[in-house]
Design a protein around this ligand. Structure first.
Ligand code: ADP
Length: 447
C-alpha cells in the first residue's frame, strides 16, 4: 500500500480524498494555488505545496509544477479527483513516467473514452445500445441536414472532445443547421481546442441514468447500480438520486450487467461511470467518464462501499475484492449540489462565508471545504458543498432532505439551497416523474 499520496485537486473533492487516505493510514500532500492557501484540505494535509497563481492553467492544470511537488515530497501516487487533469491521458502518462502511480485508469482507456466517437464505437462493439447518429465527425452543414432528414428532427450537435455540456446545440429543422453547426464548432474550439463535432438524435424526454463501475485491470469488473441525474440545468447536474425512481428491477439488472461486462472485456482499471439516456424503456449509451464523479457519494450511501478507498486499493495493485453478489443496494440516497450562486439568476456569488452550520443527524453527509471565516475565491467552479441524505425509503429520504436543507446555514453569500427546497416540494419530483428538461422548465417559469 502507498505511504503518501498527492491530491492534484481542490475544494470538496480534495478533502474527500484526504479523508479516504487518512482512514487507510496514508499521508497526504495537498497542492494549491495562491488563492487556496487557506483551504480546508490544505490545512488538513500532512504537507502542502503552493504550485502557482490562481488561474487553473497556471496551478491545478500545471503538470510540471504538480510533478515537481510530487518529487519534492516523495509521494508514491497521485489522485487527480474530478475535473482538472483527471481525464488527461498525457498527465496519466507523465505521472507514470516519473515513477508515480496514477490513481485511475490507464492512459489508453482515458484516451479511448475521451474521444466521444471512438467511445461510442467501442461501446457498440461491447454490445451497448447507442443513440442513433453520425458514425463519425460531421464536416459540413450538408451532412447535418442529411442526417436530420434520415434520423428525424430535432438533432443535437455535440463536441467530439465534449464535457460539461459545452459545445452542444439542438437543431430543430434544416433552417437552423447552419447557425447551430458554426456555434457548436466555435464553442468546442474555445472549450477543448478541438472543433470536431458529431450529430445525435435529440431525445425528447429522456432520463439521464448512469452506472457506476469498478474494474481492476485484470478482467474483474462489477457495477454498483445506477444514479438518476436527470435534474440538470444547461446539461449540468443539479440533484442526483439512487436508485432511479424510473427503473424496475429487470431494467436495472439488464443495464448494470451490460456495463459490468463491458468493464471486464475492456480490462478497465479503476472507477468509471457509463452514462446512458433512458426513454420508453430503452437505454442509449452517451459516454463513459474515466474518473470519480461528483455524485459518487449517493452510490456510497446505498451500497456502503467507499469508492475512493476502492480506487486507491486497485491502484496499489490489488485484485478487485468485491464480487457482484456482495453488492447490495439498500434504501435511497439523494445529493444536492450547493453552489455559491444566486438561486434565481445563477450569477456566481463568491466571497466570505460569515456563518457556517451544516446539518447533521442520521443519514446526513456533507462534503464541503467550507468553514466560518473562509473566503470562496472567484476563480473556480461555484459548487461549494454537497448535501447527501439517505434513508430506508425514498419517502423517508425526502423528508430527511427537507429538514436538512432547513438546517443548513451558509451565511454571507448566496447559495442554491432555496432552489433545492423548491425542487423537492414539486409534486412531479415527489412522484419521481421528471426528465432531463424538467428543471429547465421549472427555472424558466420563474423568469
Ligand atoms: P458532456 O460530456 O458535455 O457532459 P454528455 O454526452 O454527457 O455531454 O451529455 C450531457 C447531457 O446532455 C445529458 O445528460 C443530457 O441531458 C443531454 N444530452 C446528451 N445527448 C443527448 C441526446 N442525444 N438527446 C437529448 N439530450 C442529450
Amino acid at each position: 500500500m502507498f505511504d503518501r499520496v498527492l491530491i492534484a485537486n481542490r475544494g470538496e473533492i480534495a478533502l474527500r480524498i484526504h479523508r479516504a487516505c487518512r482512514e487507510m493510514g496514508i499521508e497526504t500532500v495537498a497542492v494549491h494555488s495562491t488563492a487556496d492557501a487557506d483551504a480546508m484540505h490544505v490545512r488538513l494535509a500532512d504537507v502542502s505545496v503552493c504550485i502557482g497563481p490562481p488561474p487553473a492553467r497556471d496551478s491545478y492544470l500545471n503538470i510540471p509544477a504538480i510533478l515537481s511537488a510530487a518529487t519534492i515530497t516523495g509521494v508514491d501516487a497521485i489522485h487527480p479527483g474530478y475535473g482538472f487533469l483527471s481525464e488527461n491521458a498525457r498527465f496519466a502518462e507523465a505521472v507514470e513516467a516519473h515513477g508515480f502511480t496514477f490513481i485511475g485508469p490507464t492512459a489508453e482507456h482515458i484516451r479511448l473514452m475521451g474521444d466521444k466517437i471512438v467511445a461510442k464505437k467501442t461501446a457498440q462493439e461491447l454490445g451497448l445500445p447507442l443513440v442513433p447518429g453520425s458514425p463519425g465527425p460531421v464536416a459540413s452543414v450538408e451532412e447535418v441536414v442529411a442526417l436530420g432528414e434520415k434520423i428525424g428532427w430535432p438533432v443535437l450537435i455535440k463536441a467530439v472532445a465534449g464535457g460539461g455540456g459545452r459545445g452542444m446545440k439542438v437543431v430543430n429543422s434544416p433552417e437552423g443547421a447552419s447557425e447551430a453547426f458554426s456555434l457548436a464548432r466555435t464553442e468546442a474550439k474555445a472549450a477543448f481546442n478541438n472543433d470536431s463535432v458529431y450529430v445525435e438524435k435529440y431525445l425528447a424526454k429522456p432520463r439521464h441514468i448512469e452506472i457506476q463501475v469498478l474494474g481492476d485491470g485484470l478482467g474483474n469488473g462489477v457495477h454498483l447500480g445506477e444514479r438518476d441525474c436527470s435534474l440538470q440545468r444547461r446539461h449540468q447536474k443539479v440533484l442526483e438520486e439512487a436508485p432511479s425512481p424510473a427503473l424496475n428491477a429487470e431494467q436495472r439488472n439488464r443495464i448494470g450487467e451490460l456495463a459490468a461486462a463491458a468493464v471486464r472485456t475492456l480490462k478497465y482499471r479503476g472507477a468509471g461511470t457509463m452514462e446512458f439516456l433512458f426513454q420508453d424503456g430503452e437505454f442509449y449509451f452517451i459516454e463513459m467518464n474515466t474518473r470519480l464523479q461528483v455524485e459518487h457519494p449517493i452510490t456510497e450511501a446505498v451500497t456502503g462501499i467507499d469508492l475512493v478507498r476502492e480506487q486507491i486499493r486497485i491502484a496499489a495493485g490489488g485484485a478487485l475484492a468485491l464480487r457482484q453478489q456482495d453488492i447490495v443496494i439498500y434504501g435511497h440516497a439523494i445529493e444536492c449540489r450547493i453552489n455559491a450562486e444566486n438561486p434565481q439568476t445563477f450569477v456566481p456569488s463568491p466571497g466570505k462565508v460569515v456563518d457556517y452550520h451544516p446539518p447533521g443527524g442520521l443519514g446526513v453527509r456533507v462534503d464541503s471545504g467550507l468553514y466560518a471565516g473562509y473566503s470562496i475565491p472567484p476563480f473556480y467552479d461555484s459548487m461549494v458543498a454537497k448535501l447527501i441524505v439517505s434513508g430506508p425509503s425514498r419517502n423517508e429520504c425526502l423528508m430527511r432532505l427537507r429538514r436538512s436543507l432547513e438546517e443548513f446555514v451558509i451565511g454571507g453569500i448566496e447559495t442554491t439551497i432555496p432552489l433545492h427546497q423548491e425542487i423537492i416540494q414539486q409534486q412531479d419530483f415527489i412522484d419521481g416523474d421528471y426528465d432531463i428538461h424538467w428543471l429547465e422548465k421549472l427555472v424558466g417559469l420563474k423568469k
